[in-house]
Design a protein around this ligand. Structure first.
Ligand code: PMV
Length: 338
């Protein structure tokens, strides 16, 4: 996955930084994030440069605890205490990402990643994964990189990872430059203590089509994709304004519409890309029925069948009684980044 363009960008960001680790071990946490205005489609596949801006909220309770050690022997990567086979796709991806950074002479990394969310199942595990690796490397070298640099570096692993550097709402600016230096996520200074994101697991099986290839198929074959940048141009300012005004129903409705529009571009791709299962649609219909009855509950959906419900503390007890399996996040009540 790593390539010359990525290496050039990393070297630019790390110019003048020390290349000898100050520590032999480091630990860090990164939370996952959920997009309210989606990122779907890249203008540069090597640098994960998006076609459009996007907007997310970090889920502080859900993510990955990472530790990194410097070792003498071969790089070893553990996910949830299980070693990744060195010929596996995930090992190769993580290994080439680690190789973007200066590796101490004749030494290697041991990386341990412990997730409290399902991996590769549409719960944005890759977002927190690459964000935590950047935090770990930053700590090993004592670089104290600014948030913007960390965001750019994490983006090279997985686009959405650039929005997982800290808590709160994040606006990922697509940027214009070919080098990728101006494509990063910046925080939106706004608290919303009543906001609740509830993950509704429908299936935690590994997804059949990765976001990376799903985006490529959609861009190449879906005529509806042509309208996607305009969708984001319309939705994003309305969502930003809704956040500013604490206007829950506008934010929820736009987020839901934006996710459905993204999935519409996938449905019209060839071969068609349908991440939903029958249970996904059943739950969507239920949510539309609840709204007719006056409940303020919306959903968003990523590259998987699971829905992420957007609601407020006032409706949470009722929602939990209807859907007992929810995984609840209060994005603005857990301010302390782990
Ligand atoms: O960062 P990736 O390659 O995992 O892509 C994420 C794509 C979506 O989750 C569907 C949308 C988003 O903005 O997070």
């Amino acid at each position: 996955m790593s390539n010359n363009k990525q290496q050039a960008l990393v070297e630019k960001i790390l110019a003048g930084k020390n290349t000898n680790p100050s520590n032999t071990t480091a630990s860090a946490w990164a939370s996952t994030n959920i997009a309210l205005c989606k990122y779907w489609g890249k203008r540069d596949d090597d640098l994960n440069l998006p076609q459009t801006d996007s907007l997310s909220v970090t889920l502080p309770e859900l993510g990955v605890e990472g530790t990194i050690n410097i070792l003498q022997n071969q790089t070893a990567i553990f996910v949830n205490n299980t070693p990744l086979p060195t010929d596996s796709h995930t090992y190769k991806q993580l290994h080439s990402f680690l190789n973007l950074f200066p590796i101490p002479q004749k030494k290697n990394w041991q990386l341990n990643l412990n997730f409290n969310i399902p991996v590769a199942a549409g719960f944005a595990s890759s977002a927190c994964c690459y964000a935590v690796i950047v935090k770990l490397i930053d700590k090993i070298f004592d670089w104290n990189l600014p948030q913007k640099s960390k965001s750019i570096l994490a983006r090279l692993g997985s686009g959405s990872a650039c929005r997982s550097i800290a808590n709160g709402f994040f606006h990922w600016h697509a940027g214009d430059l070919d080098t990728g230096e101006d494509s990063f996520a910046s925080p939106i200074e706004k608290d919303w203590p009543e906001l609740v994101i509830a993950l509704c697991p429908i299936s935690t099986d590994k997804k059949a089509t990765s976001s990376r290839s799903g985006m490529q198929i959609t861009r190449q074959t879906s005529t509806l994709y042509q309208s996607w940048p305009q969708q984001v141009t319309n939705d994003l300012p309305i969502m930003l304004q809704a956040i500013n005004n604490n206007d829950f129903n506008t934010l929820g409705a736009r987020a839901e519409q934006n996710a459905l529009a993204m999935h519409a571009t996938m449905h019209s791709a060839w071969p068609p890309l349908v991440y939903s299962l029958p249970e996904t649609l059943t739950l969507q219909r239920k949510i539309w029925e609840w709204r007719k009855q006056g409940k303020e509950i919306y959903f968003t959906q990523d590259a998987g069948p699971n829905l992420k419900l957007i609601t407020q503390t006032k409706d949470l007890e009722w929602l939990k009684s209807e859907l007992p399996n929810l995984v609840i996040s209060h994005p603005f009540q857990t301010r302390d980044p782990k």
